[in-house]
Design a protein around this ligand. Sequence first.
Ligand SMILES: Nc1ncnc2c1ncn2[C@@H]1O[C@H](COP(=O)(O)OP(=O)(O)OP(=O)(O)O)[C@@H](O)[C@H]1O
Ligand SMILES: [Mg+2]
Length: 288
Amino acid sequence: MTDVRTDVARDLAHDLAGGPGATGADGQGGIDARRVSWTVDGRLILDGVDATAPPGAVSGLLGPNGSGKSTLLRVLAGVEAPSDDATRVAFDGADLLGLGRRRRARVLALVEQDATTDLPLTVLDAVLLGRIPHRSLLAGDSARDHEAARAALETVGTSAFAAREVATLSGGERQRVHLARALAQEPALLMLDEPTNHLDIAAQLDTMRVLRRLADDGVTVLAALHDLSLAAQTCDHVVLLSGGRVVAAGDVHDVLVPDVLDDVYGVRTEVLTHPRTGRPVLAFSPRD
Ligand SMILES: Nc1ncnc2c1ncn2[C@@H]1O[C@H](COP(=O)(O)OP(=O)(O)OP(=O)(O)O)[C@@H](O)[C@H]1O
Ligand SMILES: [Mg+2]
């Protein structure tokens, strides 16, 4: 007898962990960031970070609190300027930081950590903001813009909220709307800062599945994540930061191991195997 739950788990494992479109880190396309440095008040926050995110893959940006994940995403997205002339950020071979703001917004979307909206906007209007880079300067919303916004809301399961004011949503609902806005932007490069931190477990898996499908469609996805097991379930490639430096990067099976994690996080790590998906599951205990 076929165990339906096992089939579902297998589908989920496929959906979450590297479908046919995923490719390895080969230096061709995707993000190739070199010597990224950022200083504030004389403090070196990012210290010559080299990081890649392969095309058509989900890459995880990992590391303890304060290790520089958000800062790195903000520099890669052009929100903060690097503090060193030697910094280079290429995306699909083009100089990402050299693009003007509008052109960059057609290429990349960044969903920031705890993004907020003070404007009294409906969910649909908030998602339509993602279309601005694709419109000519004085044009209003087109049918195509509405179609992209509706599709994005559908993808993240928030269509029912379309007419609600963003400010009235719960934290998790709002987080999904921010993802929908980024999807409506139709970026080739999607960067997300802790996209699952307000989400219940089903919504976390849904979000990771959305990221996996985007990657299978050729989008380069780079997500800062704290949940290392969630990263292990989904990511093709991970970059681990500590103290503003890359301490390890590569396949989850090579990076998410006790030899690496115990020192970076100051804990004891055990690597188990998920009984249904076969992917690594990490368990932690304090280091005595
Ligand atoms: N504008 C700023 N002024 C002063 N310090 C800053 C500024 N931005 C970041 N930092 C510091 O830089 C370090 C890295 O911050 P960042 O937000 O990138 O960490 P993170 O890895 O995203 O952490 P978390 O997991 O808590 O989100 C922290 O010590 C933070 O306090
Ligand atoms: Mg952060």
